[in-house]
Design a protein around this ligand. Structure first.
Ligand code: PAF
Length: 281
C-alpha cells in the first residue's frame, strides 16, 4: 500500500490507475481505525479494483470545546490495518497540505444540517460537507463508502453529491457493532471501564423503542421516545436527543405524512464521551 501526503502525488498515481481502466472506490476517515472502518474498506473492494482510504482529522467539523485536539491520531497502526485488508492507497495529508490557505469557501448544506446533530454541533455539517467535497476532488472516485452510523452525515453527502452532480456513487454501509450491541466508534476509546460496561444501553434503548413501535403503532411515539430518554438519563446518561424521525428527511412524523419509513436517531453523553447511534424501523 502506498501512502500519499501530497494531493499532486495522489492525483498522478490515480490518473495512471484510471488510464489502465481501474475503477476507484474511496473510504474517507479520520483515522484511529477499528473493525467498523475495516468493514467499509472490505465493502469498497467489492465495488472497484482500486481502493483508496483517507485519514485526515478535519478541524472544520469540530466546534469550540470539542475533541479536535485529543482526537486519537494513530497513523502507524492505521496504515498496517489498511494494508491488511487490501487497501491500495492511503491519502494522509497534513493540515498545511489540505488547507494551504484559510478555507473561506464552504459547502453550506440545506436546513437538514441544523436538525439533530446540527442543533448540538452548529457548523459541524458545513465542515463535513466542505472536507468531503475537497476529498472527492482530490481522489475523484467512482464510488465512495460511508458508514450508516453517521446517518445524518450520509444523507447530507448523498444530497450534496446528487445536487452538485458529482459523478460518484454513494454507498451506505451497515453499522458494525461489538457483541454487546455497542456501535463501533473511535470515540469508544474515551470510555472508562465502567462507562464501557454501561454503553450498550444506548443501542438497547433503540431496540426496545423499535419493538414498542412495532407492537403499538405510531400513535404515542412521543411518549415512547420520552420514556426511552428518561431510562437513559436515570442510568447516568445526558441525552442530547433520542427521536423517531422519517427516513426521507429526518423530520418528525407528521399526521399527513402517511406510511413513512422511520428511523430512531440518538446522541447521548456518558461522562465526557458523546455517543451516537440509530436504528431503522
Ligand atoms: O465520518 C467521518 O469520519 C468524517 O466525518 C469524514 C466523513 C471522514 C469527514 O471528515
Amino acid at each position: 500500500m502506498q501512502t500519499y501526503s501530497r494531493v499532486a502525488d495522489l492525483r498522478q498515481a490515480l490518473q495512471k490507475a484510471r488510464s489502465q481502466g481501474e475503477k476507484i472506490a474511496f473510504v474517507p476517515t479520520m483515522g484511529n481505525l477499528h473493525d467498523g472502518h475495516l468493514a467499509l474498506m472490505r465493502a469498497a473492494r467489492s465495488y472497484a479494483s482500486t481502493v483508496v482510504a483517507s485519514i485526515f482529522v478535519n478541524r472544520l467539523q469540530f466546534g469550540p470545546g470539542e475533541d479536535f485536539e485529543r482526537y486519537p491520531r494513530t497513523l502507524a497502526e492505521d496504515r498496517e490495518k489498511l494494508a491488511s485488508v487490501g487497501v491500495h492507497a492511503l491519502f494522509a495529508p497534513d493540515e498545511g497540505e489540505f488547507y494551504p490557505e484559510p478555507q473561506s469557501y464552504f459547502v453550506d448544506p440545506p436546513e437538514l444540517q441544523h436538525l439533530l446533530e446540527g442543533e448540538f454541533r452548529p457548523g459541524h455539517f458545513r465542515g463535513v460537507a466542505t472536507v468531503v467535497l475537497k476529498l472527492f476532488n482530490a481522489v475523484q472516485p467512482d464510488v465512495a463508502v460511508f458508514g450508516k452510523k453517521d446517518y445524518q452525515q450520509l444523507m447530507l453527502i448523498r444530497a450534496m453529491t446528487r445536487q452538485l452532480m458529482l459523478p460518484i456513487e454513494i454507498i451506505g454501509f451497515d453499522t458494525v457493532r461489538a457483541e454487546d450491541g455497542l456501535a463501533l466508534s473511535s470515540r469508544n476509546a474515551y470510555l472508562s471501564a465502567a462507562e464501557r460496561a454501561e454503553a450498550p444501553r444506548l443501542f438497547c434503548a433503540l431496540c426496545e423503542l423499535r419493538e414498542a413501535i412495532l407492537c403499538n403503532g405510531t400513535q404515542n411515539i412521543e411518549e415512547l421516545a420520552a420514556a426511552a430518554r428518561k431510562n437513559l438519563d436515570r442510568n447516568g446518561w445526558k441525552t442530547d436527543y433520542l427521536s423517531v424521525r422519517q427516513q426521507s428527511d429526518l423530520r418528525v412524523l407528521s399526521q399527513s405524512s402517511g406510511q413513512q419509513k422511520l428511523v430512531i436517531v440518538a446522541a447521548a453523553r456518558l461522562g465526557s464521551t458523546r455517543l451516537i447511534d440509530n436504528l431503522e424501523i
